[in-house]
Design a protein around this ligand. Structure first.
Ligand SMILES: Nc1ncnc2c1ncn2[C@@H]1O[C@H](COP(=O)(O)OP(=O)(O)O)[C@@H](O)[C@H]1O
Ligand SMILES: [Mg+2]
Length: 258
């Protein structure tokens, strides 16, 4: 922890966020910082709004009909719900990894360079370089370098999840959102993905949703505890897991419910 407080920068900031799915009030006045090059974890019982809040950070909720959002989500100095924000640009800057790996039914190589191709790039040499760099970044280059033309769907699950991370890295996001990225993985694969997250945090800002409190305490710098759509407590991970300020947090982390 060489950082002093003064050097820590808010990469994103959620301020007074409310979200409705139709009439259902799913997030109530949620505020939290997302600090640059740190890992922020969202924990809480199933249905408390973790995934909903995560999706607000790159406006994935826009895709769900009947959703209404008020409040602010700042990315650097810009409100991502403001007029000036281009959503496709936002989703490049704030990318997402899902619960189940979702590689496309294409080769490993084509998966990684997919975003570049969609963006119109055709230069093979440049794409080869990006593919190598991204696969190295996701710690799978050595494993796949001799079989880049193989179908991504033939990879083991944890490699599929890394490939999804590599696919994100190829478009050089600033923030990576992960929604229970290890829930389909066994403990060893989980450990490897956690190590990768710690490495990625050197260059990226990460927000992870997890139902696994041990995971939150192992990998994250900050933790937000949510309950029934509210942010009950947001604090240093160590504080949340050792001496939380709120009684509700303490009840949850000591396993009284959830
Ligand atoms: N697309 C949706 N339409 C209506 N309600 C939803 C939708 N997605 C989630 N919800 C509801 O919003 C609440 C929060 O869900 P979610 O964010 O998925 O919680 P978590 O990720 O913490 O399990 C739950 O009550 C859930 O049923
Ligand atoms: Mg969820």
């Amino acid at each position: 922890m060489a950082n002093t407080m003064a050097e820590i920068k808010n990469k994103m900031r959620v301020e007074g966020l409310d979200l409705y799915y139709g009439k259902f009030h799913a997030l109530t006045s949620v505020s939290m910082p997302v600090q640059e090059n740190k890992i922020t974890a969202l924990i809480g019982p199933s249905g408390c709004g973790k995934s909903t809040l995560l999706r607000c950070l790159n406006r994935m909720n826009d895709l769900i009909p009947g959703t209404k959002v008020t409040g602010q989500v700042m990315l650097d100095d810009q409100d991502i719900y403001g007029q000036a924000m281009e959503v496709t640009d936002l989703r490049k800057r704030v990318g997402m990894v899902f619960q189940r790996p979702n590689p496309f039914p294409l080769s490993i190589y084509e998966n990684v360079v997919y975003g570049l191709k969609v963006a119109g790039f055709r230069n093979r040499k440049m794409m080869d370089e990006v593919a190598e760099r991204s696969l190295k970044g996701a710690w799978m280059w050595d494993y796949v370098k001799d079989k880049l033309d193989q179908s991504a769907l033939e990879l083991p699950l944890d490699q599929q999840q890394r490939l999804c991370i590599a696919r994100l890295l190829a478009i050089e996001p600033e923030v990576i959102l992960m929604d229970e990225p290890c829930s389909a993985l066994d403990p060893i694969a989980t450990m490897k993905v956690e190590e990768l997250m710690l490495e990625l945090a050197k260059n990226y800002t990460i927000v992870i949703v997890t139902h696994n409190m041990q995971q939150a305490s192992r990998v994250s710098d900050y933790t937000g505890y949510m309950l029934l759509g509210k942010m009950i407590e947001f604090n240093d991970t160590r504080v949340i897991f050792t001496k939380p300020k709120e009684k509700l947090t303490e009840e949850y982390i000591s396993g009284k419910y959830g």
